[in-house]
Design a protein around this ligand. Sequence first.
Ligand SMILES: [Zn+2]
Length: 458
Amino acid sequence: MDTLDSFEKVNPKRPLIFFIIPVAVLVAVALILVSLYEKERPQISIVSDMARIGATATAEISLSDRRSGLQSVEVSLSQGRITRVLLRKTYPRRGVLRRYGPRKAVEKFTINLLPFKFRDGKAILEIAVRDYSFSNWMAGNLSRVRYDVILDTRPPLISRDGGSRYIISGGSGAVAFHANEPLRRYGVEINDTFFPGIAISRQGRPGYGVIFAVPYDTKAITRARLIAFDFAGNRGELPLSLIMRHSRLKTDRINIPDSFLDRKIPEFRSYYPELQSIDDKVKAFVEINNRIRRENSARIKEITRRVSPELMWQGRFLRLPRSSRRAAFAEHRTYYYKGKKIDAQVHLGMDLASVQQAKVPAANNGVVAFAGYMGIYGNTVIIDHGGGVFSLYAHLSQIGVDEGKKVVRGEVIALSGSTGMAGGDHLHFSMLVNGIFVNPLEWWDENWLNLNISGYLR
Ligand SMILES: [Zn+2]
């Protein structure tokens, strides 16, 4: 077997290790080179909507590269022969051998078109991203995307079609307007409160409407204006002349008898176990009338801040039938225990007394936004009527509707009672606009409603 002999001479078994090591090294080097020369391109995605770019805009893009990582990004805008760089960034190498860039990056940047010499109209937004691959003669893989965009630096022009000129403290108002281009966000700002608007059709013409209010304790209207943003984010505004009249201050003195505390404190302790630690029943009352009242107000505000796009109400809001008024809106109440002043609060609704367990009708068409227990308000129903308008029914003995249910004007939704901070059976009725308690007298008055709200919005 000559051939075998000669083979064993050329490939002796002993130095096999000298063969395995170089092969392993070669494989390792090849693997590293393959990984460094990878051909996979970086990924680009636009997070913020950039179809229309306003005078100033904030943009957000998300970049990723799974293999050699991100090396650099450049965002530019061009129109005709003008090109302007909006963002240019290089990512440092990282890792033990400094071979990779970051796998992911989110870039937020501001675009300010005003210093550039672009015209309003079509332009091209380009995003170019490189990775740290050795391919393309060490330049890396390049991803480049181009988007057609519209540059729009002009603010929307707002025209007022009609609206309230006078408002009382604790009162409501409305304004209708249209604009020379579609709007993304709009509303009325009064002092520091923003009231979002809704799209309406006024006498068959599309436009926008806003229902607003001034809180009962407003001293003066220092700022009232319509604000509108177009789809490029440009902001237009129009001052509103709104004259506020102060409504007369009403006061009431409330005596808190032991019989009331002995009945109510245990009821509250069952819902708020932390009240167990307050032995003194007057102190417990003050705690309920302050901290729990504030918590309830915050929750009510949260529920009634929504502006549903459809005006569901028709005609005036209903008042509890055959009832007498026991307390008015924005009544300043001082509470006394055995002749001593213990607390002071403002009553932000109407107290209406009828028979025991009187049938409570929905004041108008709407959707039940809340049905349940709400601290000092006891068992409570809140109805969303659209456009930011809500009605609230408190101290109920029984609730007959669930959250999300559509109700029609006059439909019985509950029975009156004395749950929560109520001495006897009555209905506490409140109206709210965008989370602000307003005077229900206006909403009960067909004439007022047509002149000040419905007339402008329909
Ligand atoms: Zn009340």
